[in-house]
Design a protein around this ligand. Structure first.
Ligand code: COA
Length: 159
């Protein structure tokens, strides 16, 4: 089974990594798909976000990292996946994710959206929080994968 894990990943955090690490066990191939949320102004380009994810995960046969534009439902169909997986942090995520899942189901009735509860350690985490801390010179240790910490700090500290 192919699963798509979509997100903005601006940048990837340890919360995303937690979902990736667990999701890969329940599928044959996980496609980590960097998309754009029209409501957000990203700090990292799509290429930079992909590089940070690849740098975190290394080369793996069971994970593919790519980007998509347009509708998630179209992308999922194009890659031959049946389902997407998303992390749920708290009740605040639920309403938005519920709406997205229903909209996607309406667009592509064969597509399922699966939810995985984010580990409790990361339930407070978000890419925006990481960016705000880094921009202000704070410590993002433990919030993003260690191998990308310097890159994230370098990019954001000079903004
Ligand atoms: N742990 C900690 N934080 C997590 C997390 C986890 N497991 N999973 C997500 N988050 C955070 C992210 O860092 C992000 O933080 P931010 O808001 O500060 O950036 C937030 O939760 C939600 O981000 P994400 O899961 O990346 O979703 P998104 O709302 O940015 O959606 C797309 C991105 C690309 C998946 C979505 O916009 C999309 O599907 N776009 C295509 C258009 C489309 O088909 N729309 C639907 C039909 S209208």
């Amino acid at each position: 089974m192919i699963l798509v894990y979509p997100g903005s990943f601006d940048p990837i955090t340890n919360g995303h990594l937690d979902i990736i690490t667990r999701a890969v066990y329940i599928c044959d191939k996980l496609i980590v798909a960097v998309g754009s949320n029209e409501a957000k102004k990203p700090a990292f380009s799509v290429e930079e976000r992909i590089d940070l994810i690849k740098c975190t995960l290394g080369e793996r046969d069971d994970i593919m990292v790519t980007s998509f534009s347009g509708l998630l439902a179209d992308f999922v169909k194009k890659v031959g996946a049946k389902a997407v997986i998303k992390g749920l942090r708290a009740m605040s995520d639920f309403e938005y994710e519920f709406q997205m899942a229903l909209l996607n189901k309406n667009l592509e009735p064969d597509m399922e959206t699966l939810f995985m509860m984010t580990s409790v350690n990361y339930s407070y985490l978000s890419s925006s929080a990481v960016k705000e801390i880094a921009k202000n010179g704070g410590n993002i240790e433990g919030l993003v994968p260690e191998c990308i910490r310097e890159k994230v700090m370098k990019k954001l500290a000079c903004r």
